[in-house]
Design a protein around this ligand. Structure first.
Ligand SMILES: Nc1ncnc2c1ncn2[C@@H]1O[C@H](COP(=O)(O)OP(=O)(O)O)[C@@H](O)[C@H]1O
Ligand SMILES: [Mg+2]
Length: 437
């Protein structure tokens, strides 16, 4: 293969990818044969040893590995519903690359209406999420320092790109950004646009919520005051969803301007390249990147999913149940949750770095440019709240979560989403540390 990305445009391949997706569910061998034939055809290269990644397989994303002329590649079929192919991943990768952000680029790409086939060099580097998981459990100060140094270098690059790219945006420009699919669009019906809909309605409304020591209906749960490890929060889960529904409407988010950003830079979309004196981080999977990303949304996913979502409680709920003692109790409209879960040392450092190196200078920049809305804390809180609640179903028994992990999950969600009634907590300290006033 060449180093120049190859761009193909073949309408007829569209029906072949549909057949492959269907076949991948029934006959692995036949699906692999079809993938090899299609890719060989599109790019005029020999293909052998196709493997479909079963753990990652979903209706929207089909990916795996293949070999061509002795070199190993990662392929990805990426479906974009009802969208121009131009809005897809390879186009978004180019935006980041041109801005100077470190982003893995495909070596081959094909564009068809609604479907892209991207081929990347196969990497053996760990994802940053894998590196950090090891640091969550085993103490290794030298490895931790190297990981934090890599994060700090990326934070610096992110802020420099914010500084160069911050500009006023219109409501329509904000609305056109795909990043909203991670936030507001998970609260509305995708076809009618009506609220409440999407994951918000599907996951939670009208359902039951089981915790160790309490079992609540949606009406009880959504209106309960949450007391998490002794701190009572002002806003209920229901109120936080309603706040987010209104304030994170894409048209309302144009007020803080737009920046060039990845938008979905959780660390399972980040490579850890440890091949030089200093390890470096490199983005991949930029499907939600853009050049008009509302400034207050740009680093929310990275802040929540890389720091506050760990250790264990969000992505490894069974492990969280084993490790932590968690109890709940519901009385007089108050749901109290007690747990010995806490951020690990490395996650605290990551949160601190993100605050000091990205959020604080970003807010100061917004203020200087007259683009800092008075309710910036609420905007960031609303978006942080949607990160865990709409990324997966947090109710015990619905998918992977159990009563214990579910209690930690909603406790953390409310802690990031709401001001406490009185006093301070981890998040009030975070917001105080980034406040430009
Ligand atoms: N170039 C690559 N080489 C090896 N593995 C890869 C490569 N790109 C992605 N992967 C693996 O496939 C997984 C899914 O890829 P990703 O691009 O993040 O797609 P998705 O849209 O499914 O999140 C990644 O988490 C990583 O483990
Ligand atoms: Mg990904």
């Amino acid at each position: 293969m060449t180093d120049q990305p190859q761009l193909m445009n073949t309408a007829k391949a569209d029906s072949r990818t549909a057949a492959i997706r269907a076949m991948a569910r029934e006959d692995d061998g036949e699906a692999r044969r079809l993938i090899a034939a299609l890719i060989a055809d599109l790019f005029k290269i020999p293909i052998t040893d196709v493997i479909i990644n079963r753990d990652q397989y979903s209706l929207n994303s089909l990916n795996g590995f293949l070999t061509s002329a002795g070199a190993d590649y990662f392929f990805k079929f990426h479906q974009e519903e009802g969208e121009e192919a131009m809005a897809g991943e390879y186009y978004r990768a180019d935006i980041l690359a041109e801005a100077g952000l470190p982003i893995d680029l495909p070596v081959y790409k094909s564009v068809m209406a609604g479907e892209q086939i991207l081929i990347y060099r196969r990497r053996t580097d760990p994802r940053f999420s894998d590196v950090l998981r090891r640091l969550d459990i085993g103490l290794d100060d030298a490895a931790e320092d190297r990981a934090i140094a890599a994060e700090t270098a990326l934070n610096g690059e992110i802020f420099r790109v914010f500084e160069r790219s911050l500009h006023p945006i219109t409501a329509a420009e904000s609305e056109a950004e795909p990043v909203h699919r991670l936030f507001h669009q998970r609260m509305i019906d995708p076809s009618t646009g009506l609220a409440p809909g999407g994951r918000y309605r599907q996951f939670y409304i009208g359902q039951r919520f089981r915790f160790p020591g309490a079992d609540l209906s949606w009406d009880e749960f959504s209106s309960a005051r949450i007391c998490f490890n002794g701190t009572t929060y002002r806003r209920s889960v229901g109120a936080l969803f309603e706040d987010a529904l209104h304030r994170l409407d894409p048209r309302h988010l144009a007020d803080a301007g737009g920046v060039i950003a990845h938008g979905d830079a959780h660390n399972a979309n980040v490579w850890y390249l440890d091949d030089a004196l200093q390890p470096r981080l490199m983005y991949f999977d930029p499907a939600f990147a853009g050049e008009n990303v509302p400034a207050l949304l740009a680093e929310v996913k990275a802040t929540f999913h890389n720091c506050l979502a760990h250790p264990f409680w969000l992505y490894e709920p069974a492990e969280a149940e084993r490790r932590y003692q968690t109890r709940a109790n519901y009385r007089d409209g108050i749901l109290s949750i007690e747990t010995d879960w806490d951020l690990s040392a490395v996650r605290k450092r990551l949160l601190h770095a993100k605050a000091a190196e990205v959020w604080r200078p970003l807010l100061a920049l917004l203020r200087t440019r007259g683009l800092l809305p008075g309710d910036w804390r609420q905007v960031i809180r609303n978006a942080l709240f949607l990160c865990p609640t709409l990324v997966m179903n947090l109710r015990a028994g619905a998918a992977t979560h159990n009563p214990s992990s579910s209690a930690i999950a909603f406790g953390v969600a409310v802690m990031v989403g709401s001001e406490p009634d009185r006093g301070s907590d981890l998040m009030t300290a975070f917001f105080d540390s980034i406040d430009p006033a």
